[in-house]
Design a binder for this molecule. Structure first.
Ligand code: PMP
Length: 352
């Protein structure tokens, strides 16, 4: 028998599979999808698929899609890289810049994939805690930068799963001080409205990540993109797998961008619903709610596990973060449709 485990690279020996539970017939508020956008573009997509040459490989570099994005962002097409979800771009960045023993610096809590991708690339992650209210601690972050000299920095703005933001002038300061690459993940930008994309022409070490999975309601298509200086995107193109975005997904993304106004309406609704949800949840005793700039809210309760199970028993799936660490006893609830949100708030009120 071949000892498969002994063949596995040391840095990934202790990794566990990234498990995502699937439930049938459930109100799904665990993954920050846009439930308001469901089926809105399916008819248009269905018609366009009739013309699609699925027997051919897709456009390897997503040229048409990048042209559309470049025009919208007033940048050059060569400054954009499209990935199979922004997850793939996170891996590309790590694989391009992080090698054995190299350091990646980020804040904690944040999106868990950065740390996993850094580990797969052979690097180590240094985590600077957010303040107790989950606001960003610039001084500690800059101190860690000076001490650790990371090759790559990841900032998430707005942050997942806390919903907090990092003010633009603080991000700018970090980019200016960094001798490495600074990635600003703007997966939830559309629910917030402030971006640092305009800085990519000023700072060659800055890359901004965006996704069509959230506001654009296209999580199933897996399309994300990175925006940076030409010199930086040139490096990413050296390791980008060919044909990495399926033709079906490119088509869905282009239809999405051509029909932005429909989706903008859903973003507006979600932001309104988020504020309504925060107001309602604030009234529930023993539940602490954090201000959010994204399409979800984070709350802290005494018995988060019990509440999670109770919601699940009532066919509502939210995200639970366990009993340890900075997110102990926290639940993250994605903002769904008006009816879905009313149902969650009703269930929580019954309980308290
Ligand atoms: N960044 C952040 C902050 C996220 O929350 C997510 C999805 N949960 C992603 C990136 C990945 O998005 P996708 O791969 O769907 O583009």
């Amino acid at each position: 028998m071949i000892m498969l485990n002994s063949l596995v690279k040391d840095n990934i020996k202790n990794l566990l599979p990234y498990k995502v539970e699937e439930y049938a017939d459930i109100i799904k508020l665990d993954a920050n999808e846009n439930n308001n956008a469901a089926y809105l573009l399916n008819k248009k997509l269905g018609r366009a698929i009739m013309e699609l040459e699925i027997n051919k490989y897709p456009d390897s570099d997503c040229t048409e899609l990048r042209d559309m994005l470049a025009e919208e962002l007033n940048l050059d097409t060569c400054q954009i890289v499209v990935g199979c979800g922004s997850d793939q771009l996170i891996s590309l960045i790590m694989n391009a810049f992080i090698g054995d023993g190299d350091k990646m610096l980020t804040h904690i809590p944040t999106f868990g994939i950065y740390k996993i991708a850094a580990q797969i690339a052979g690097g180590t992650t240094i985590e600077v805690p957010l303040n107790e209210d989950f606001s960003f601690d610039l001084n500690s972050f800059v101190e860690a930068m000076e001490k650790e000299k990371p090759k790559v920095i990841f900032l998430t703005n707005p942050n997942n799963p806390t919903g907090n933001i990092i003010p633009k002038e603080q991000i700018t300061k970090i980019v200016q001080l960094s001798k490495g690459i600074v990635v600003v993940d703007e997966a939830y930008y559309e629910f917030y409205g402030e971006s640092v994309i305009d800085l990519v022409n000023k700072y060659e070490n800055l890359i901004v990540l965006r996704t069509l999975s959230k506001a654009y309601g296209l999580a199933g298509a897996r399309v994300g993109y990175g925006v940076a200086s030409k010199r930086l995107t040139d490096i990413l193109y050296r390791i980008k797998p060919p044909y990495n975005v399926a033709s079906l997904s490119q088509l869905a993304a282009k239809i999405c961008l051509m029909n932005k106004e429909i989706l903008h309406d859903t973003v507006r609704e979600i932001v309104e619903e988020r504020e309504k949800m925060i107001d309602l949840l604030e009234k529930i005793p023993d539940l602490k709610i954090f201000k959010s700039h994204a399409n979800f809210v984070l709350c802290k309760l005494d018995d988060a596990r019990g509440v999670y199970d109770y919601l699940l028993d009532n066919k509502v799936l939210v995200r639970y973060f366990g009993e340890k660490g900075p997110l102990a006893n926290c639940l993250r609830i994605s903002i769904g449709t008006k009816e879905e949100n009313e149902q969650v708030v009703g269930l929580l009120k019954n309980l308290m």
